[in-house]
Design a protein around this ligand. Sequence first.
Ligand code: NOJ
Length: 886
Amino acid sequence: MATLCRSVALAVLLTLVSAVDRGNFKSCQQSSFCRRHRAVKPGESPYALLTDTVTVNDAGLVGDVINENNRIVFTLEIYPLKDSTVRIKINEKNPIKPRFEDPYALVKDIHGESFEVVDQSAQGVTVKFGSHRAVVNAKPLKIDIYNGDDLVVSTNARGLLKFEHYRNKPGNEEQPAEGEGEPNALPAEDQEEDKDGLWEESFKGHTDSKPLGPASVGMDISFVNSKHVYGIPEHADSFSLRETTSTDPYRLYNLDVFEYEVDNPMALYGSVPVMLSQTARHTTAVFWHNSAETWIDIKKLPDSNVVSSITGFFSSGETDPPQVSTHWFSESGIIDVFVMLGPKPMDVFRQYAGLTGTQNLPPLFSLGYHQCRWNYNDEEDVRQVHENFDKHDLPLDVMWLDIEHTDGKRYFTWDHYKFPNPLEMTANLTARGRKLVTIIDVHFKRDSNYFFYKEVHDRDLFVHTKDGNEFDGWCWPGSSSYIDMTNPDAREHYSDTYRLDRYKGSTLDTFTWNDMNEPSVFNGPEITMPKDNLHPGIGVEHREVHNAYGMLFHESTYEGQLKRSDRRLRPFILTRAFYAGTQRSAAVWTGDNTAEWSHLRISQPMLLSLSVTGITHVGADVGGFFGNPDINLLARWYQAAAFQPFYRAHAHLDTKRREPWLFDTETLRIVRKSLRQRYQHLPLWYSLFYENELTAPSQRAKREPPCSAPRFYVTSPPSEPPNFLNDEMIISTLSPQIPVFQRGGAIIPRKDRVRRASTLMREDPYTLVIALDSDGKAQGTLYIDDEHTFDYRQGKFLYLAFSYEAGVLTSKKIDPNGSYDTASWLERVIVIGLPKQATKVSVNSATVGTRDLESTFESGSATQGSQLTIRKPGVSMQEDFTITIR
Ligand code: NOJ
């Protein structure tokens, strides 16, 4: 019994040791603006539109909104935008100081849509754009957005709008200059509310001086007729977001959360304030455009425990439709909301890409397999590891070097003892078709003998404290300064440092990992930068730009990699912190996960949440960063991640070495098989990423799935095929094969001659796997280019459409403007789901003419389908062809 008790105690202790220290991070109760917004009572909104102030200009509609409790006036702007999108802004009309508007997320060219005001009265205004309407109810202020006749989004329907205007600190009132706002003692409403933390706030010994006082903004946004909402990464939580009625709200505040827990709404490393709702008729999304700390409450209505009249949606007394009511509040900035009306998921992805950009087509090698560890110790270690990949027949594209490769964590330098010859080491990798990634963190060691620190210090380009001194924070190198990325001079200085003559020992095959860029400050409040630090570059407090800071850093890295190759080669950057727009320049991984089954499980919803909010080049550390995975977990992780976009194994400094050959032969075999499957499917991944870059224009419509009922085929069966398949089974059974399903109606391009690195497969032949739908049809695409330069943007590419119908496979260029010389040819075609053996198969193209082909046929089962394999059609991928099966 005593032994049992001891083991239980030990187990509890171990659990505690490996869990996040929640005490390091604020709960809503410990954040004064979170408390104030959560305390707003529904149904009592004091905000009203003054309809006689409404004016219409070319871009949209502008009017005054008054808070009837304190008579503060705000400006409401509504802008219909191209592609079924509408922007709603609310700002102070006469602030005592301009309020910050995030300049970083949006792309430059956002186009307005024509519109007409179809109704204007004392009750409100209606604006029509395309088949959509924005209906503004004046009192209380409420803005309903209709897609056709369907109400899809309603803002301030619950009356939770709260906009804290700037005011002078009580006792410090100054007379306003002419034209400026009124000096404000606390207005009546504020006298009653929780006053703790309005002008100063402390947490764990850190005091936020809040010189501008309370400045938060918040509003409720309801998705009507909806039951599920998605998005707002990053949280280690389910894909369909949960109600927060009995938890803290979901928090968006970029933080370095050590040993994060799964299934909770705590903030993690990045923030994308975008939420999507999916109903049978509409996919709709909202982008809450604000780079300050933000929290989001979610409530599903109707709630049998709550009287439905609180929603105030319908005055007719009808039963309220189901809806997800969300409540967003940010510490500062303005209210700036984009509503994207879909109506299909692909439409919403395109509409959001129209606002913040698309994921740039990455170089192909970055879709291969990456081997990382904190740390590969020295050049000899690096050599042995990548040679072992060859020895064990494991494909690998990239070796990674973590912080220990530098001279005392001085980024852009090398440890001279362990890495004396980086150029030779890199040449060794590139000779095998491989690349190198080195880490560059956002903090710089305060050492005047360190070239980068000295240069940036001398130009005064670091972040300042509230008193105007260079900020000194603690991170890996010890005492560190943080570059002020809001300053264009700082961005230029930093990005220039990637030039090969400045970053000595790097080459055009050295790529970058930007870590700790939330930013992580070990001795800062919540392990990050004090909010009252100053960014001299644009003259704002850190609180305003916190969630965008990491993105500014990786965007400058992107610019640096462009510059060093005269803008010829595609960059590759991995970032930990992210924000809306990150997809334009970086891939993202989910930070410091743990070698536990729960972390493998949560990786999938985390990556999906990122993907639906535009960041699609995403992955999680394979094997788990902390701890030591057993062989089952490691093998399963390799298998699952082979089908996730970014595929990198990584491990903490204190973990046991876990390169695949260090395990038993069966585990090694499973890992090898997973890696090979990944490499076989690289043409599919690459084509999808190309199409992802095209998301902004409507070409994406070509990829709409067929309308017939989907059929799925197991294209890679488990050794013992199940009759059923569920998550539990997939995860708990150690099988050497991954059960991969291919949708009936899809044509998937593969390269089956797997080599040691993807760059060595460039001119290899293709296999097409055609899975027929119930009408005997299928479609697919393939994108081909040189895989690493920007020449494709000058027309050097092939973008092909495959279609199979009535026994004929056709390949044609989708974009006739593209052309690319490739030696790749068609090696094999596999057709799954034909009712019987073909009697004759022939190929036809301009150069081959018409030629009969050999084929073999295997009859199938319900899940696996029959399989016709056509050998060596032999046509070049460059030319149009048909293959006829009779
Ligand atoms: C934190 C990162 O999340 C981790 O991946 C890395 O290994 C360490 N920093 C050391 O650089």
